[in-house]
Design a protein around this ligand. Structure first.
Ligand SMILES: NC(=O)c1ccc[n+]([C@@H]2O[C@H](COP(=O)([O-])OP(=O)(O)OC[C@H]3O[C@@H](n4cnc5c(N)ncnc54)[C@H](OP(=O)(O)O)[C@@H]3O)[C@@H](O)[C@H]2O)c1
Length: 295
């Protein structure tokens, strides 16, 4: 059976390590972290694996899973090269969403295969994550042979693997930040606007809940263009003009968000085909115009 070793074994390393070991598709060999105690604890969690204290103690493995924090991946790759363990049949993989597998180029120069697999999941508690990992989408990029091997392994633990263009990996990763973290920030922006209109936060959240949940359901059922409603979907330039005036007088950041997302909404509205072309052109002009008096 093929073997894998884990370099850096925190939240993600423990979860993926235990699942891979339990899958029977591959056998865990060494576990290397910064401290002997955490390597020992990780081996305990995975239920197998030899805790090691340095790269010089690593044995040859078919796969080295670099699950260290992002800023330690390059150093781990260089240390792995110095350990003299790599050959053309070795695969080295990191798990970062924002960094490409090209970060592992020293390993590639020694002939090994490189790839990156990004599980799109928040790994807070490994004990919980091993139970709900199945179905997790995993973005993959890297060398063809490594991709094939890793797609097989992540598929065996319930991952749903999809390809990423390595040239734009950071843009891809920003997409998750936009729909997850920035959705939260957008909710806060909406709450501030409600509050200005005299609606307390608790009431505002209750009012927003069916609106937001309904919109999200519509997006996943029918797609973004068909889910778009409101003044831009109708091509109602008068409403957009009044709202821009009001936001300009209330909060510059909210007005900026309204203008930027409004431009994306105009594109969706065109695709949707409900609004008139002149109405959308007028909205586009309003959204592009700077606030009167702004430098
Ligand atoms: N957390 C998430 O939700 C998530 C989601 C998707 C992808 N990822 C990616 O998964 C990777 C790991 O993230 P994580 O959240 O699991 O990190 P983590 O919980 O902070 O664990 C990092 C592990 O790396 C070890 N480590 C730190 N510096 C090291 C070094 N120089 N050499 C060897 N080992 C080192 C740590 O050792 P000690 O145990 O001794 O401190 C620890 O075991 C990152 O690339 C991250 O971007 C994370």
């Amino acid at each position: 059976m093929k073997t894998f070793s884990i370099i850096g074994c925190g939240a993600v390393g423990k979860t993926v390590g235990r699942l891979l070991q339990q899958s029977g598709a591959v056998q865990v060999q060494d576990i290397l972290t910064r401290s002997a105690a955490s390597a020992q604890a990780a081996a305990g969690f995975i239920g197998a694996g030899r805790p090691v204290a340095g790269f010089d103690q690593l044995a040859r493995a078919d796969l080295y899973l670099v699950a260290s924090p992002d800023d330690a991946i390059a150093a781990c790759a260089r240390a792995l090269c110095r350990a003299d363990l790599l050959d053309p049949d070795t695969t080295v993989c990191h798990l970062s969403g924002s960094l490409g597998s090209d970060l592992l180029y020293p390993v590639k120069e020694l002939g090994a295969q490189v790839a990156s697999v990004h599980p799109v999941k928040s790994f807070a508690d490994p004990a919980v994550c091993v139970g709900d990992f199945a179905g997790t989408w995993c973005g993959i990029e890297g060398d063809p042979q490594a991709r094939e091997f890793l797609a097989e392994l992540f598929g065996a633990i319930g991952g749903r693997v999809f390809p990423i263009d390595p040239r734009f990996k950071t843009v891809y990763h920003a997409g998750s930040v936009l729909v997850c973290n920035y959705l939260t920030a957008l909710m806060e922006a909406g709450l501030r606007a409600f509050h200005k209109g005299g609606v307390p936060r608790d009431t505002a959240l209750s009012v927003m809940e069916p609106l937001v949940r309904g919109t999200v359901d519509n997006i996943f059922r029918a797609g973004t263009a068909r889910a778009l409603t409101g003044p831009i979907a109708r091509g109602d330039a008068g409403v957009v003009e009044r709202q821009l005036d009001a936001l300009d007088g209330f909060d510059a950041d909210l007005a900026l968000i309204y203008r930027a997302l409004g431009r994306v909404a105009v594109e969706l509205s065109r695709e949707r085909g409900q609004a008139s072309a002149p109405g959308l052109a007028a909205i586009e002009e309003l959204l592009a115009a700077r606030k009167a008096g702004a430098s």
